[in-house]
Design a protein around this ligand. Structure first.
Ligand SMILES: *[C@@H]1O[C@H](CO)[C@@H](O)[C@H](O)[C@H]1NC(C)=O
Length: 497
């Protein structure tokens, strides 16, 4: 399964050959590359074999996520046996290449095309918690003529134009549809083969990978030259046990993973970054909302204010990045100046977070492993860049990560460098992955699709701009003293592992 970039290049010729050799097979070759909106009901439904479908689980290297993905693969194989069909290829995304940035999928299309372009019909992408009802799923795929280009999924749309999508479609933000990855999404091989050539010919433009599902859809749509997302109503994000999910070919296993007793709040040290000008504006919001959920919390500032209290780290305040401040926090955490905990959470003074939900989530992670958890962004991924946890949504570190980071000597190139990106570069140099959770959010609830937020129990949001942060906290993050996970049906994953 291991492959390199050289491998992609070596296959260029092969892919071109595959692409053109497929064309005569198509009954309507002129449809290749154009928009095809309607499923053709006259397709011979007996022809699609399970082994023509390639499943790609969007897995991660961290041991918990790897285990989840392996369980998903086993579940698919078990269902295959029951269907008495030969098994499909099931790939774990994190194991396909040594390049950490390949979570962004587009760089992998040449590999998928050269490996499966000739002998398969569909590439199906799913998340580790996406249940597939395999017989139903296959039935759904047979509705679509696999000789044409298809981009299938459960559509999301923006209600207002948002910073996380670079304010795209500002005149009418809801017009553009992008797939909810949690419901699974699929590309027909003719589309994969064409995109693979495009990926190799034109370097990917964007420097930042922020919301991959939106960016992938934009790349495929190509200003109208490529297909739009076709809605498949059987691709669902309801919980598997929901009575409303009868028609679904995919469902979700849980809203918030939990693997046993929540981590104790005494085992999470919380660092809030602030500065003098926000002592009266933002710190009071933290105090009124989530500060009391913390057992160990310190505010770090450029000015010591005993009424909060804040600690002056001796790092001058900077208007842009906070690298100096963040590294001083890491050193203080490791130094023994504060109580020794397994976990460190670093947030901004305008981060809104639910610590009880974080405690529940952290039950799935091993604190002796190097873990850096939060919302993952990418920088220059297609040119050998790196991934990082975006700071505003909260960055969670295991003690082991902090120890290794400091021991490596990695440091800020300036006090005002962006702390989260520098940390990403450092981890990348150490070959430590960052771990993504879609429950952390760098922006406000308004910035995410309503449908996307509807199937999760969010852990954090960020920014006070144009919202009332206290009511956002109450609406999205507050559990009224109840078990944070009891409102939505949960499965205890540990029992199943
Ligand atoms: C297609 O080829 C790949 C690579 O050789 C192989 O792994 C896969 O099993 C093949 N699939 C089918 C349906 O023959």
């Amino acid at each position: 399964m291991k492959m390199s970039r050289v491998h992609y290049i070596a296959h260029t010729g092969a892919v071109l050959f595959i692409f053109f050799s497929l064309m005569p097979l198509s009954a309507v070759p002129e449809n290749l590359g154009s928009k095809v909106q309607d499923a053709d009901s006259s397709i011979d439904t007996n022809q699609l074999k399970l082994r023509e479908v390639v499943f790609v689980i969007q897995s991660q290297r961290n041991s918990f996520h790897k285990q989840q993905a392996e369980r998903r693969r086993e579940d698919l194989l078990l269902q295959t046996e029951n269907l008495l069909e030969s098994p499909p290829a099931i790939l774990l995304l994190h194991s396909l290449s040594d390049n950490e940035g390949d979570w962004s999928i587009l760089p992998l299309l040449p590999y998928l095309s050269s490996t499966f372009g000739k002998n398969s019909s569909w590439i199906v992408f799913l998340e580790e918690d996406t249940n597939v009802r395999l017989a139903k799923f296959l039935e759904v795929l047979t509705r679509f003529d696999r000789r044409k280009e298809w981009f299938l999924g459960k559509p999301l749309h923006d209600e207002e134009s948002t910073i996380i999508h670079h304010y795209a479609f500002a005149e009418n933000p809801s017009i553009f549809k992008y797939p909810d990855f949690a419901a699974a999404w699929a590309l027909s091989l003719p589309l994969v083969n064409r995109l693979a050539i495009k990926v190799k010919d034109e370097p990917l433009k964007s420097d930042f990978t922020i919301d991959l599902k939106h960016e992938v859809a934009l790349y495929i749509w190509e200003n109208g030259k490529g297909p739009q997302l076709t809605e498949v109503p059987e691709l669902c994000t309801m919980l598997d046990e929901s009575p409303l999910a009868k028609h679904c070919a995919t469902t979700l296993s849980y809203r918030l993973p939990m693997c046993g007793e929540p981590v104790k709040k005494e085992d999470i040290f919380v660092a809030v970054k602030t500065c003098r000008k926000f002592h009266t504006e933002r710190v009071p919001v933290v105090k009124k909302t989530w500060e009391k959920q913390a057992s160990l919390l310190e505010y770090y500032s450029d000015h010591a204010d005993p009424s909060i209290p804040t600690i002056n780290l001796g790092v001058p305040n900077t208007n842009r990045g906070h690298c100096g401040k963040t590294f001083a926090i890491l050193k203080r955490f490791a130094s023994g100046a504060v109580p020794k905990t397994n976990w460190l959470l670093i947030v901004d003074d305008d981060t809104l977070i639910s610590l009880p939900r974080l405690q529940a989530l952290l039950s799935c992670y091993d604190p002796s492993e190097p873990l850096c958890l939060g919302e993952r962004y990418g920088y220059g991924l297609s040119q050998g860049g790196y991934s990082y946890i975006t700071g505003g949504g909260g960055m969670v570190f295991s003690r082991e990560t902090v120890v290794r980071l400091l021991a490596s000597g990695c440091k800020c190139y300036s006090n005002d460098a962006p702390d989260d990106m520098v940390l990403g570069m450092c981890l990348n140099a150490l070959k430590l992955p960052v771990t993504h959770s879609p429950l952390f959010h760098q922006a406000r609830p308004e910035d995410y699709s309503r449908e996307f937020l509807a199937h999760q129990v969010p852990v954090s949001f960020h920014k006070h701009w144009n919202i009332d942060p206290i009511s956002v906290f109450q609406k999205w993050l507050k559990d009224d003293g109840m078990d944070p996970t009891s409102e939505t049906p949960q499965k205890d994953i540990k029992e199943e592992l």
